[in-house]
Design a protein around this ligand. Structure first.
Ligand SMILES: [Zn+2]
Length: 442
């Protein structure tokens, strides 16, 4: 037995070494992008005739008229505006509820669509989002039994193309989560799990955070007030301190004014949904620098908001902007709209921002600079500058003048590979028969 154990260790060690040796070496290919115009969303400025040099997955230099190294692959985007990829700070890629057959009730989706099916939907939805220019997505729960982690790992290991995923694992809530199940379904059949993780006592709260961290969550999401019992300020601080041990921040789903106030007092990292947020709460959020992921559904997505609800969203977003709240672009676009891809649904949310009268420059900043910071990727990806991972998109027109230019993404590069060119998806280079970026990524 001892000999066999040693043999197993030797095999595992050899596998580990070869996995490292297989990791792609930076600098194997040089790509030079000629950008007609290049936007820096942080400063809201645009510069002409820039060259972006990329080696492997990283940007190595950016500047006007840089010499193109011999042998480099040149990508001519001289007729387009190049900018960083976009961020949706609130989506659920492994959830697609539909008018048919479940009348847009996701409680039924959860009963009818298995986690494996939802994971495949997530892979497809991720590619659809990437095609619309979204290179980073915070995937905030309602993904069955960790389909969100599976998606993130599949993308990071190099099996399929997709946005960078910052996922929450299972949403943690008091008994019932966001469901109102029957006693039979809740107690006899435990229907709430895995859509929600019940945590009603401090021990359960600690354990729920640990479970999510163990199973691959990169952010923790809690239901602050989905039920009247909700979470207290102290309980939210417990979530925060336990999550911090694993390096994770906490987002709160809020739906009541009281809950929102408690979440702000606790100092959560980000708040999801705009329903209860008003002028007073916005001022407090701005003071504390809490990210706002308002998920402001546009009126054009008929059936997913009402005129009254939409008017409130527009007013609320305007008020948040006037109060200088840290705004992010967030959609909660987790449903099927016939004729549209998931990315096309997400980009429709521009309508709310425009109707709120927010300048294009600030909308773009919310969709890029702020999104990278909220998702905590900003040190490695996002800004187009030397040393960063090469994620970028290109559009005709200038989104600083007209934000609707973002509806026509012609070019997408992710991790230094071209995913879309001349308006057509070219995902070939992303598909691999093995974990080319390392099997130990979890
Ligand atoms: Zn949501």
């Amino acid at each position: 037995m001892l000999t066999r154990a040693f043999t197993l260790v030797a095999i595992l060690l050899a596998a580990a070494v070869s996995a490292e040796a297989q990791a792609p070496t930076a600098g194997s290919t040089v790509v030079a992008i000629r950008a007609g115009r290049l936007i820096d969303p942080e400063t809201g400025t645009i510069s002409s005739n820039q060259v972006i040099l990329i080696e492997g997955s990283r940007i190595t230099a950016v500047g006007p008229g840089l010499p193109v190294p011999p042998g480099a692959t040149v990508i001519d985007l001289s007729g387009l505006t190049v900018l960083p990829g976009l961020v949706d700070t609130h989506n659920h890629l492994a959830l697609t509820y539909k008018d048919e057959p479940e009348s847009n009730v996701y409680y039924f989706t959860y009963v009818m669509d298995s986690t494996p099916l939802r994971a495949i939907q997530a892979a497809s939805n991720g590619m659809q989002m990437l095609a619309s220019g979204f290179t980073v997505i915070r995937d905030m729960g309602n993904n069955g039994n960790y389909a969100d982690t599976a998606l993130r790992v599949a993308i990071e290991q190099g099996w399929i193309p997709g946005p960078t995923i910052v996922n929450s694992g299972i949403i943690i809530g008091g008994m019932g989560g966001q469901f109102w199940p029957t006693p039979e379904m809740a107690v006899d059949h435990k229907i709430v799990y895995p859509e929600y993780l019940d945590a009603d006592t401090p021990d359960e709260m600690v354990k729920a955070v640990r479970q999510n961290a163990l199973f691959g969550a990169k952010v923790i999401k809690i239901c602050v007030d989905c039920k009247p019992w909700g979470y207290t300020v102290d309980e939210m601080r417990l979530f925060m301190s336990e999550s911090a041990k694993a390096g994770l921040k906490v987002e709160g789903h809020i739906q009541t004014r009281d809950g929102a106030r408690r979440a702000i007092e606790a100092g959560l990292w980000s708040l999801a949904h705009d329903g209860p947020l008003d002028d007073e709460l916005h001022k407090l959020m701005a003071q504390k620098g809490i990210w706002r992921a308002g998920t402001e559904t546009p009126i054009v997505l008929t059936g997913h908001t009402t005129k009254e609800r939409y008017d409130r969203s527009v007013k609320g977003l305007r008020n948040a902007w006037e109060n200088k709240v840290a705004l992010t672009f967030s959609t909660d676009a987790d449903y099927y709209v016939p004729g549209k891809t998931r990315g096309e649904v997400a980009i429709e949310f521009l309508q709310t921002w425009k109707d709120a009268g927010i300048p294009a420059r600030d909308i773009l900043k919310a969709m890029t600079t702020n999104g990278f910071a909220c998702a905590e990727v900003e040190k490695v990806r996002g800004p187009i500058r030397a040393g960063m991972i090469a994620d970028l998109i290109a559009v005709p027109g200038n989104p600083l003048d007209n934000i609707d230019a973002l509806r026509d993404v012609q070019f997408v590069m992710k991790d230094g590979l071209v995913f879309k060119q001349n308006g057509v998806m070219t995902p070939g280079p992303f598909f691999n028969g093995g974990p080319v970026k390392g099997w130990r990524i979890r």
